[in-house]
Design a protein around this ligand. Structure first.
Ligand code: UDP
Length: 460
């Protein structure tokens, strides 16, 4: 014992001697020099980057203004509006726009003058109107660190219905991660978003598509509503529907009835958004289980409620729990069970869920099996809100990769899924999407949605 302590003491003395030796006069001067060079390099690179960005803005704005000058002159006659905004460092400036009589795509063209004058950039956080009060959170003031943009990441995500973290969060994310390459990506991704921008209809609380009722909350509202359903102490069912689900519902009466009886049916994917748009309706946010899980877990954690994971191959649910431990450490996991049990084992599975009394039960068997299973066993599962979540557990366990954000911003998540499993997915996406669009067009023209009993009928 004594020998160990004396060896440790001598090691400590040697370490202290070495440490003192590293901070002699010349060492300190060398360290100071290195620190100074690092600062200079940082200043030069950030300064150069902002100069390159400004030069690019100036060149492109000047080029566009000269090429588009005849069009600008014609539209100018229709009137120009100006709004007082706050730009970089919260400095006020007038932002110019053509009046609402000009075509939508051309309305923002006068902002090219704002770019030329240095009030705005092509890409940046959204320009805030002068009367918009800055959020009380100082992190939000970062939005004034850069020139506001003609295009912004938050606008792009809003167009794709995936602006879940809110505008301030996305603007701050942009400012913290901005690069010239990233800006170019935003410009390119904004082109299809501008051409196929959603309609300006007021979003309804509920809408009906191809005979299926869809609830239309935001992501935040949907997760709050699930917790409220759980608090009601009654069995509940929540379903997500994408284009493929609508195709299944067209020939599967039981599935259609299940959707009609569910407590909440949420729209998932660009197909449903386009279909809603064809009927002059608007989906507030693209709500799929995979994007919702972090929000739902946070809401459950803060209200002290528990979750049960049922489905996926052996070991998958365990890996999702490991993800939860990192993200929502105090969320109570009531239990987990893989999804490949036999019919003999089913009563045991139902009993285990009932005994665990989770507030929320995620069922991942794929659609429509999971929805029908929940509907059939709702009463035996106890007062849980059961949600059919398809391949969600595979994503969070890391078994299946999720499409990168830029693909989701372009509404191309389905393409990513197809490239991952072309053998299984080609039918669903290429034949299925064509069928779905055909059904939408047919209903749009002739109103031929199937009624709940399977006969064609009006949807109104
Ligand atoms: N699955 C299951 N039990 C079954 C059939 C499927 O647990 O009897 C799981 C499967 O392992 C996968 C999920 O259900 O994790 C289905 O994923 P898929 O992507 O096919 O569902 P979708 O999102 O397309 O409805």
């Amino acid at each position: 014992m004594f020998a160990i302590r004396s060896r440790n003491d001598s090691q400590l003395r040697r370490a202290l001697r070495n440490l003192g030796g590293s901070f002699g006069g010349s060492d300190i001067r060398r360290r100071r020099r290195r620190h100074y060079y690092r600062m200079v390099r940082w200043k030069l690179t950030t300064g150069a980057k902002s100069k390159i960005r400004r030069l690019a803005d100036l060149t492109v704005a000047a080029l566009l203004l000269s090429v588009l000058s005849p069009l600008l002159l014609v539209l100018w006659a229709g009137g120009v509006q100006k709004e007082l905004c706050r730009g970089r460092w919260a400095k006020p400036f007038w932002r110019y726009q053509f009046s609402s009589r000009a075509p939508v795509l051309c309305r923002s063209l006068p902002m090219l003058f704002n770019v030329l004058r240095g009030d705005m950039s092509f890409v940046g956080p959204r320009a805030l109107l002068r009367e918009e009060l800055p959020a009380s959170d100082p992190a939000a003031w970062k939005r004034y660190d850069l020139r506001p943009g003609l295009l912004s990441l938050s606008w792009l995500r809003k167009q794709a219905n995936i602006a879940y973290t809110g505008e301030v969060g996305i603007d701050v994310e942009y400012i913290e991660t901005t690069t010239l390459r990233g800006d170019l990506g935003i410009v390119l991704r904004s082109i299809p978003a501008m051409l196929f921008r959603g309609n300006s209809a007021e979003a309804q609380e509920e809408l009906k598509l191809l005979g299926v009722r869809i609830d239309n909350p935001t992501m935040h509202e949907a997760s709050q509503r699930i917790v409220s359903l759980a608090e009601a102490g009654e069995p509940g069912q929540v379903c997500f529907v994408n284009a493929d689900c609508f195709n299944i519902a067209a020939s599967d009466t039981l599935y259609r009835r299940t959707l009609a009886a569910a407590d909440m049916v949420l729209a998932d994917g660009i197909g449903v958004r386009l279909a809603a748009s064809a009927f002059g309706q608007k989906i507030r946010e693209n709500i799929n289980g995979t994007d919702m899980l972090p929000y739902l877990c946070e809401t459950l954690q803060s209200s002290g409620k528990s979750i049960y994971l049922l489905g996926g191959k052996q070991g998958v649910a365990e890996d999702v729990v490991a993800w939860m431990r990192g993200r929502v450490p105090t969320l109570r996991v009531a239990g987990l069970q893989h999804g490949y049990f036999s019919s003999n084992e089913e009563p045991g599975v139902l009993e285990a869920v009932r005994m665990a009394q989770p507030a929320v039960l995620l069922v991942a068997f794929g659609a429509p099996k999971q929805e029908k299973w929940i509907a059939a066993h709702k009463r035996e599962l106890g007062p849980a809100v059961a949600i059919g979540v398809g391949g969600l557990l595979d994503f969070y366990s890391g078994r299946v990769a999720r499409a990168p954000l830029w693909m989701r911003e372009l509404g191309l998540e389905w393409m990513f899924r197809f490239l991952q499993e072309p053998g299984r997915m080609w039918r669903r996406y290429f034949v299925g999407n064509a069928m779905f669009l055909f059904r939408v067009a047919r209903e749009r023209m002739f109103g031929t949605a199937l009624a709940l009993d399977g006969r064609p009928g009006s949807i109104s």
